[in-house]
Design a protein around this ligand. Structure first.
Ligand code: HEC
Ligand code: HEC
Length: 270
Protein backbone atom coordinates (compact mmCIF):
# COMPACT_ATOMS: atom_id res chain seq x y z
CA UNK A 1 0.00 0.00 0.00
CA UNK A 2 1.31 3.38 -0.90
CA UNK A 3 0.49 5.73 1.90
CA UNK A 4 2.02 8.83 0.39
CA UNK A 5 -0.57 11.57 0.37
CA UNK A 6 -1.70 12.94 -2.98
CA UNK A 7 -0.08 16.28 -3.80
CA UNK A 8 -2.33 19.05 -2.63
CA UNK A 9 -4.73 20.09 -5.37
CA UNK A 10 -3.88 23.75 -5.24
CA UNK A 11 -0.18 23.03 -6.03
CA UNK A 12 -1.26 21.03 -9.08
CA UNK A 13 -3.64 23.69 -10.40
CA UNK A 14 -1.02 26.31 -9.61
CA UNK A 15 1.36 24.48 -11.93
CA UNK A 16 -1.28 24.29 -14.67
CA UNK A 17 -2.06 27.98 -14.40
CA UNK A 18 1.66 28.77 -14.31
CA UNK A 19 2.33 26.71 -17.44
CA UNK A 20 -0.55 28.29 -19.35
CA UNK A 21 0.55 31.74 -18.24
CA UNK A 22 4.14 31.11 -19.30
CA UNK A 23 3.01 29.79 -22.71
CA UNK A 24 0.80 32.82 -23.26
CA UNK A 25 3.66 35.13 -22.32
CA UNK A 26 6.01 33.31 -24.70
CA UNK A 27 3.45 33.43 -27.53
CA UNK A 28 2.93 37.14 -26.90
CA UNK A 29 6.66 37.82 -26.92
CA UNK A 30 7.05 35.89 -30.17
CA UNK A 31 4.03 37.42 -31.92
CA UNK A 32 4.48 41.03 -30.92
CA UNK A 33 8.18 41.48 -30.32
CA UNK A 34 10.53 38.77 -31.63
CA UNK A 35 8.95 37.95 -35.02
CA UNK A 36 8.11 41.56 -35.98
CA UNK A 37 11.60 42.70 -35.02
CA UNK A 38 13.31 39.97 -37.06
CA UNK A 39 11.06 40.17 -40.14
CA UNK A 40 11.04 43.97 -39.87
CA UNK A 41 14.83 43.96 -40.13
CA UNK A 42 14.52 41.90 -43.35
CA UNK A 43 12.24 44.64 -44.68
CA UNK A 44 14.60 47.40 -43.56
CA UNK A 45 12.28 48.62 -40.79
CA UNK A 46 13.59 49.96 -37.52
CA UNK A 47 12.44 48.23 -34.32
CA UNK A 48 9.88 50.91 -33.37
CA UNK A 49 8.17 50.78 -36.78
CA UNK A 50 8.16 46.99 -36.79
CA UNK A 51 6.53 46.90 -33.33
CA UNK A 52 3.91 49.50 -34.33
CA UNK A 53 2.98 47.42 -37.35
CA UNK A 54 2.72 44.26 -35.22
CA UNK A 55 0.07 45.82 -32.98
CA UNK A 56 -1.88 47.16 -35.95
CA UNK A 57 -0.75 50.78 -36.12
CA UNK A 58 0.00 51.84 -39.68
CA UNK A 59 3.18 53.79 -40.00
CA UNK A 60 4.10 55.50 -43.23
CA UNK A 61 7.24 54.33 -45.02
CA UNK A 62 10.19 55.47 -42.92
CA UNK A 63 13.30 56.93 -44.47
CA UNK A 64 15.76 54.61 -46.23
CA UNK A 65 17.73 52.20 -44.04
CA UNK A 66 21.15 50.98 -45.19
CA UNK A 67 20.58 52.46 -48.62
CA UNK A 68 17.36 50.48 -49.07
CA UNK A 69 13.89 51.88 -48.89
CA UNK A 70 11.66 50.29 -46.28
CA UNK A 71 9.11 47.61 -47.06
CA UNK A 72 5.51 47.98 -48.12
CA UNK A 73 3.12 49.85 -45.85
CA UNK A 74 -0.01 48.64 -47.65
CA UNK A 75 -2.39 46.72 -45.39
CA UNK A 76 -5.67 45.03 -46.22
CA UNK A 77 -7.66 46.90 -43.62
CA UNK A 78 -11.25 48.14 -43.84
CA UNK A 79 -10.07 51.49 -45.25
CA UNK A 80 -8.23 49.78 -48.15
CA UNK A 81 -11.18 47.47 -48.83
CA UNK A 82 -13.55 50.45 -48.95
CA UNK A 83 -11.19 52.37 -51.22
CA UNK A 84 -10.94 49.46 -53.66
CA UNK A 85 -14.69 48.79 -53.56
CA UNK A 86 -15.24 52.43 -54.56
CA UNK A 87 -12.90 52.32 -57.60
CA UNK A 88 -14.59 53.85 -60.66
CA UNK A 89 -13.51 52.10 -63.90
CA UNK A 90 -14.77 54.95 -66.10
CA UNK A 91 -12.62 57.50 -64.32
CA UNK A 92 -9.75 54.99 -64.45
CA UNK A 93 -10.18 54.67 -68.23
CA UNK A 94 -9.74 58.43 -68.66
CA UNK A 95 -6.48 58.49 -66.67
CA UNK A 96 -5.27 55.35 -68.50
CA UNK A 97 -5.86 57.08 -71.85
CA UNK A 98 -3.92 60.15 -70.71
CA UNK A 99 -1.06 58.68 -68.70
CA UNK A 100 -0.61 54.92 -69.14
CA UNK A 101 -1.35 54.45 -72.82
CA UNK A 102 2.18 54.89 -74.17
CA UNK A 103 3.47 51.89 -72.25
CA UNK A 104 0.50 49.75 -71.14
CA UNK A 105 -1.70 50.69 -74.15
CA UNK A 106 -5.33 51.40 -73.33
CA UNK A 107 -6.13 47.71 -73.08
CA UNK A 108 -3.47 47.10 -70.43
CA UNK A 109 -1.16 45.11 -72.69
CA UNK A 110 2.39 46.26 -73.35
CA UNK A 111 4.28 48.37 -75.85
CA UNK A 112 7.47 46.40 -75.04
CA UNK A 113 7.11 42.83 -73.78
CA UNK A 114 10.79 42.75 -72.79
CA UNK A 115 10.53 45.45 -70.14
CA UNK A 116 6.90 46.42 -69.53
CA UNK A 117 4.40 44.03 -67.93
CA UNK A 118 0.87 43.43 -69.09
CA UNK A 119 -1.67 44.61 -66.52
CA UNK A 120 -4.84 43.68 -68.37
CA UNK A 121 -7.21 41.76 -66.11
CA UNK A 122 -4.62 41.81 -63.32
CA UNK A 123 -6.27 41.60 -59.92
CA UNK A 124 -7.36 45.09 -58.83
CA UNK A 125 -5.78 44.50 -55.42
CA UNK A 126 -2.41 43.67 -56.97
CA UNK A 127 -2.55 46.77 -59.21
CA UNK A 128 -3.39 49.05 -56.28
CA UNK A 129 -0.73 47.45 -54.04
CA UNK A 130 1.99 47.87 -56.66
CA UNK A 131 1.03 51.47 -57.56
CA UNK A 132 1.11 52.47 -53.90
CA UNK A 133 4.44 50.72 -53.28
CA UNK A 134 5.89 52.39 -56.40
CA UNK A 135 4.73 55.75 -55.04
CA UNK A 136 6.16 55.30 -51.51
CA UNK A 137 9.38 53.87 -52.97
CA UNK A 138 8.87 50.47 -51.26
CA UNK A 139 9.20 49.11 -54.81
CA UNK A 140 11.81 50.88 -56.83
CA UNK A 141 11.34 51.74 -60.53
CA UNK A 142 12.78 54.80 -62.23
CA UNK A 143 10.08 54.62 -64.89
CA UNK A 144 7.02 54.07 -62.70
CA UNK A 145 8.00 56.25 -59.71
CA UNK A 146 7.23 59.66 -61.30
CA UNK A 147 3.99 58.27 -62.70
CA UNK A 148 2.83 56.84 -59.38
CA UNK A 149 3.85 60.09 -57.67
CA UNK A 150 1.24 61.89 -59.75
CA UNK A 151 -1.60 59.64 -58.55
CA UNK A 152 -3.64 59.99 -55.38
CA UNK A 153 -5.28 57.08 -53.55
CA UNK A 154 -8.62 57.50 -55.33
CA UNK A 155 -7.00 57.60 -58.77
CA UNK A 156 -5.06 54.42 -57.95
CA UNK A 157 -8.28 52.65 -57.02
CA UNK A 158 -10.00 53.94 -60.20
CA UNK A 159 -7.10 52.61 -62.31
CA UNK A 160 -7.17 49.29 -60.44
CA UNK A 161 -10.91 49.00 -61.15
CA UNK A 162 -10.39 49.84 -64.84
CA UNK A 163 -7.43 47.56 -65.68
CA UNK A 164 -8.63 44.87 -63.26
CA UNK A 165 -12.02 44.80 -64.97
CA UNK A 166 -10.62 44.04 -68.44
CA UNK A 167 -10.40 40.45 -69.67
CA UNK A 168 -7.29 38.63 -68.51
CA UNK A 169 -4.63 38.14 -71.14
CA UNK A 170 -4.66 34.79 -72.91
CA UNK A 171 -1.61 32.74 -73.69
CA UNK A 172 -0.29 34.09 -76.96
CA UNK A 173 2.65 31.80 -77.37
CA UNK A 174 1.39 29.27 -79.90
CA UNK A 175 4.18 26.84 -79.07
CA UNK A 176 3.27 24.19 -76.57
CA UNK A 177 6.24 24.21 -74.24
CA UNK A 178 7.72 21.23 -72.48
CA UNK A 179 8.69 21.85 -68.91
CA UNK A 180 10.48 19.40 -66.68
CA UNK A 181 8.43 17.21 -64.35
CA UNK A 182 10.34 18.78 -61.47
CA UNK A 183 9.25 22.31 -62.36
CA UNK A 184 5.67 21.21 -62.99
CA UNK A 185 5.65 19.56 -59.54
CA UNK A 186 7.05 22.79 -58.05
CA UNK A 187 4.17 24.79 -59.55
CA UNK A 188 1.46 22.36 -58.56
CA UNK A 189 2.71 20.75 -55.35
CA UNK A 190 5.76 22.68 -54.20
CA UNK A 191 9.01 21.05 -53.14
CA UNK A 192 9.02 19.89 -49.52
CA UNK A 193 12.76 19.12 -49.61
CA UNK A 194 13.45 22.85 -50.06
CA UNK A 195 10.43 24.06 -48.05
CA UNK A 196 8.97 25.61 -51.21
CA UNK A 197 5.17 25.98 -51.35
CA UNK A 198 3.30 25.44 -54.65
CA UNK A 199 3.17 28.58 -56.84
CA UNK A 200 -0.40 27.56 -57.66
CA UNK A 201 -1.38 27.83 -54.00
CA UNK A 202 -1.10 31.61 -54.15
CA UNK A 203 -1.18 32.76 -57.77
CA UNK A 204 -4.09 32.95 -60.20
CA UNK A 205 -7.68 33.92 -59.61
CA UNK A 206 -9.32 31.91 -56.84
CA UNK A 207 -6.00 30.35 -55.78
CA UNK A 208 -6.78 31.36 -52.21
CA UNK A 209 -3.38 32.97 -51.61
CA UNK A 210 -2.61 36.33 -50.02
CA UNK A 211 -5.03 39.07 -51.11
CA UNK A 212 -2.38 40.97 -53.06
CA UNK A 213 -0.93 38.03 -55.05
CA UNK A 214 -0.87 38.94 -58.76
CA UNK A 215 -2.18 36.69 -61.52
CA UNK A 216 0.69 35.37 -63.58
CA UNK A 217 -1.04 33.67 -66.51
CA UNK A 218 -0.38 35.58 -69.73
CA UNK A 219 2.41 37.65 -68.17
CA UNK A 220 5.48 38.06 -70.39
CA UNK A 221 8.34 35.63 -69.62
CA UNK A 222 11.08 38.27 -69.53
CA UNK A 223 9.11 40.24 -66.92
CA UNK A 224 8.49 37.19 -64.69
CA UNK A 225 12.14 36.18 -64.97
CA UNK A 226 13.32 39.71 -64.13
CA UNK A 227 11.03 39.93 -61.09
CA UNK A 228 12.13 36.54 -59.74
CA UNK A 229 15.77 37.64 -60.07
CA UNK A 230 15.00 40.98 -58.42
CA UNK A 231 13.36 39.25 -55.44
CA UNK A 232 16.21 36.73 -55.18
CA UNK A 233 18.81 39.51 -55.14
CA UNK A 234 16.76 41.63 -52.73
CA UNK A 235 16.40 44.43 -55.31
CA UNK A 236 12.62 44.10 -55.12
CA UNK A 237 11.68 44.14 -51.47
CA UNK A 238 8.05 45.22 -51.28
CA UNK A 239 6.59 41.72 -50.80
CA UNK A 240 4.90 41.52 -47.40
CA UNK A 241 6.66 39.14 -44.97
CA UNK A 242 9.38 38.65 -47.65
CA UNK A 243 7.22 35.85 -49.07
CA UNK A 244 8.60 36.04 -52.60
CA UNK A 245 12.18 36.86 -51.59
CA UNK A 246 12.36 33.70 -49.49
CA UNK A 247 10.97 31.60 -52.38
CA UNK A 248 12.98 33.19 -55.20
CA UNK A 249 16.30 32.82 -53.35
CA UNK A 250 15.87 29.04 -53.52
CA UNK A 251 15.18 28.85 -57.28
CA UNK A 252 17.87 28.04 -59.84
CA UNK A 253 18.23 30.23 -62.98
CA UNK A 254 16.98 27.29 -65.07
CA UNK A 255 13.87 26.96 -62.88
CA UNK A 256 13.21 30.69 -63.21
CA UNK A 257 13.35 30.38 -67.01
CA UNK A 258 10.98 27.40 -67.04
CA UNK A 259 8.54 29.02 -64.61
CA UNK A 260 8.49 32.19 -66.73
CA UNK A 261 7.84 30.23 -69.92
CA UNK A 262 5.11 28.17 -68.25
CA UNK A 263 2.93 31.18 -67.44
CA UNK A 264 3.02 32.40 -71.05
CA UNK A 265 2.26 29.17 -72.91
CA UNK A 266 0.19 26.08 -72.51
CA UNK A 267 2.43 23.37 -71.08
CA UNK A 268 2.91 19.80 -72.20
CA UNK A 269 1.83 17.24 -71.01
CA UNK A 270 -1.60 18.64 -70.25
C1 HEC B 1 6.87 55.14 -69.65
C2 HEC B 1 6.28 53.84 -69.57
C3 HEC B 1 5.19 53.59 -68.54
C4 HEC B 1 4.07 54.34 -68.29
C5 HEC B 1 3.61 55.62 -68.97
C6 HEC B 1 3.33 53.61 -67.26
N1 HEC B 1 3.99 52.46 -66.90
FE1 HEC B 1 3.43 51.11 -65.50
N2 HEC B 1 5.14 50.07 -65.75
C7 HEC B 1 6.15 50.43 -66.63
C8 HEC B 1 7.31 49.57 -66.42
C9 HEC B 1 8.63 49.61 -67.16
C10 HEC B 1 6.94 48.70 -65.35
C11 HEC B 1 7.82 47.61 -64.72
C12 HEC B 1 8.64 48.21 -63.62
C13 HEC B 1 9.63 47.21 -63.08
O1 HEC B 1 10.28 46.55 -63.88
O2 HEC B 1 9.74 47.10 -61.86
C14 HEC B 1 5.58 49.05 -64.98
C15 HEC B 1 4.87 48.40 -63.98
C16 HEC B 1 3.57 48.71 -63.63
C17 HEC B 1 2.78 47.98 -62.66
C18 HEC B 1 3.22 46.77 -61.87
C19 HEC B 1 2.71 45.54 -62.57
C20 HEC B 1 3.03 44.25 -61.88
O3 HEC B 1 2.56 43.20 -62.36
O4 HEC B 1 3.74 44.24 -60.88
C21 HEC B 1 1.56 48.58 -62.62
C22 HEC B 1 0.38 48.17 -61.76
C23 HEC B 1 1.58 49.69 -63.54
N3 HEC B 1 2.82 49.74 -64.14
C24 HEC B 1 0.52 50.53 -63.76
C25 HEC B 1 0.60 51.69 -64.54
C26 HEC B 1 -0.47 52.67 -64.64
C27 HEC B 1 -1.82 52.52 -63.95
C28 HEC B 1 -0.02 53.67 -65.45
C29 HEC B 1 -0.71 54.96 -65.79
C30 HEC B 1 -1.17 55.76 -64.66
C31 HEC B 1 1.33 53.30 -65.87
N4 HEC B 1 1.67 52.10 -65.26
C32 HEC B 1 2.12 54.04 -66.73
C33 HEC B 1 6.11 51.43 -67.57
C34 HEC B 1 5.15 52.42 -67.65
C1 HEC C 1 2.70 32.07 -50.22
C2 HEC C 1 2.13 32.60 -51.42
C3 HEC C 1 3.00 32.62 -52.65
C4 HEC C 1 3.64 31.57 -53.24
C5 HEC C 1 3.70 30.11 -52.78
C6 HEC C 1 4.26 32.10 -54.44
N1 HEC C 1 4.00 33.42 -54.56
FE1 HEC C 1 4.66 34.66 -56.01
N2 HEC C 1 3.80 36.27 -55.09
C7 HEC C 1 3.05 36.20 -53.95
C8 HEC C 1 2.64 37.53 -53.56
C9 HEC C 1 1.80 37.90 -52.35
C10 HEC C 1 3.18 38.41 -54.52
C11 HEC C 1 3.08 39.94 -54.57
C12 HEC C 1 4.27 40.48 -53.81
C13 HEC C 1 4.34 42.00 -53.84
O1 HEC C 1 3.52 42.63 -53.21
O2 HEC C 1 5.24 42.51 -54.50
C14 HEC C 1 3.90 37.58 -55.49
C15 HEC C 1 4.57 38.08 -56.61
C16 HEC C 1 5.14 37.28 -57.58
C17 HEC C 1 5.70 37.76 -58.82
C18 HEC C 1 5.71 39.21 -59.30
C19 HEC C 1 4.53 39.40 -60.24
C20 HEC C 1 4.26 40.80 -60.68
O3 HEC C 1 3.26 40.98 -61.39
O4 HEC C 1 4.99 41.73 -60.35
C21 HEC C 1 6.16 36.67 -59.51
C22 HEC C 1 6.81 36.66 -60.88
C23 HEC C 1 5.89 35.50 -58.69
N3 HEC C 1 5.28 35.89 -57.51
C24 HEC C 1 6.18 34.20 -59.06
C25 HEC C 1 6.00 33.08 -58.25
C26 HEC C 1 6.44 31.74 -58.59
C27 HEC C 1 7.06 31.34 -59.90
C28 HEC C 1 6.14 30.92 -57.52
C29 HEC C 1 6.46 29.46 -57.31
C30 HEC C 1 7.86 29.09 -57.41
C31 HEC C 1 5.49 31.78 -56.52
N4 HEC C 1 5.44 33.07 -57.00
C32 HEC C 1 5.01 31.33 -55.30
C33 HEC C 1 2.72 35.06 -53.25
C34 HEC C 1 3.22 33.79 -53.49
Amino acid sequence: MDNKPNPPRDTFSGKVVGTIGASALLAGLLAFIVIPTVTGREDGLDVFTALCRAIGLTVEAPSPVNGHTAGSTVALDPATSALLAGGDPEKGAVIAGDVCVSCHLTNGDTSDPNTIPTITGQSARAIYKQLRDLKTGARESEVMKPIADGLDEKQMSDLAAYFGGLSPRNFDNPEVIAISERTRALIEKGDASRALPACAACHEARAGGPWEAPNLTGQYPSYIDAQLKAYAEGKRRNDLYARMRIIAKKLTPQEMRELSAYYNAPAYPF
